[in-house]
Design a binder for this molecule. Structure first.
Ligand code: NAP
Length: 272
């Protein structure tokens, strides 16, 4: 971080003084890095949805589980005297981002979205954009029959459709699909968590004779090697576009910039 979070911390030693409290909505590498950079200088609470069975350990305070919608989050912000809210959730976690915008407005808490940049195609890529998992499933016919599906277990149901029964899917996800989730007729599950290597991705494409990749536009380096491997192999890639960030919410792309935004609040709202 090139901005010391010390800049944000207050030096007031009066009995009423409490360190500014920042709530980081997490579940991403960027959220973890930001919490690590702020921890010890501010009071930082990281919030996780609780989807992953064994989350990576986090510095600072951690709370796990939903808030109960925008109203629940608003209540949490007030009850825990949160001075700033950073939505550092995954670019595809659209519901919590929408709730964060509503709750922050209602509780008068400054809100920032931290979103890693989108991936962009480079020469040699054969990308096909889709607006949703359902659209991606619809695009598959004609592109390939052996599908590397990396959209996670939550979007899996969209690919469980009769017109894809003759397709085969290698489904890679951190945790196994919930029992009862509709799944494609012919599939194999590969439980794994990034970062992945180019060599490893090449080997997967080769071993399973995959001929099309489906991915969300998650961005970031940890899962990008699959794109390079697909490019090298001349495979088409179906890329699901991100939902928009809620109107009016400022966006930064790095933990550094988020720390700078907090520093700018230090003379104003973030006064502890
Ligand atoms: P979502 O659809 O936007 O959220 C669904 C509900 O989960 C929210 O309404 C909220 O419940 C709860 N929730 C989500 N994120 C939360 C957080 N950080 N802290 C507390 N509650 C949270 O989100 P999702 O796509 O299921 O993703 C869940 C989490 O996994 C996110 O935190 C995200 O950063 C992480 N993640 C998601 C993806 C992805 O592809 N979607 C990938 C990697 C990591 P209440 O309404 O009860 O508050």
């Amino acid at each position: 971080m090139d901005v010391s979070p010390m800049d944000i911390a207050q030096t007031d030693t009066s009995p009423e003084h409490r360190p500014p409290h920042v709530l980081v909505l997490g579940g991403t590498t960027e959220a973890r890095l930001l919490a690590g950079a702020l921890h010890g200088r501010l009071r930082v609470t990281s919030s996780l949805a609780g989807r992953v069975a064994r989350p990576v350990p986090l510095p600072g305070e951690v709370r796990i589980g939903g808030f109960g919608g925008a109203e629940g989050l608003e209540r949490w912000l007030r009850e825990h005297r949160v001075d700033a809210l950073i939505d550092a959730t995954h670019p595809f976690a659209g519901t919590i981002s929408f709730n964060a915008a509503r709750a922050a407005t209602a509780a008068h808490v400054p809100l920032l979205a931290l979103r890693r940049p989108s991936w962009v195609p480079v020469p040699g890529d054969d990308w096909h954009r889709a607006g949703s998992p359902a659209e991606a499933a619809g695009a598959l016919r004609g592109l390939g029959r052996r599908v590397f599906l990396t959209t996670g277990r939550m979007g899996l149901a969209a690919f469980a459709r009769p017109d894809l029964d003759d397709h085969w899917f290698l489904v890679r996800s951190v945790d196994a699909p919930d029992p009862g989730t509709p799944t494609p007729a012919r599939m194999e599950t590969l439980l794994d968590r990034g970062p992945f290597t180019l060599e490893g991705e090449r080997e997967l494409l080769r071993r399973h004779r995959l001929d099309v990749l489906v991915t969300k536009d998650s961005g970031g380096a940890a899962t990008a090697p699959k794109l390079a491997a697909a490019r090298e192999a001349g495979l088409p890639v179906v890329v699901i576009s991100r939902p928009p960030v809620p109107d009016g919410v400022p966006v930064v792309t790095t933990p550094d910039e988020a720390a700078r935004w907090l520093a700018q609040l230090s003379g104003g709202e973030l006064s502890g």
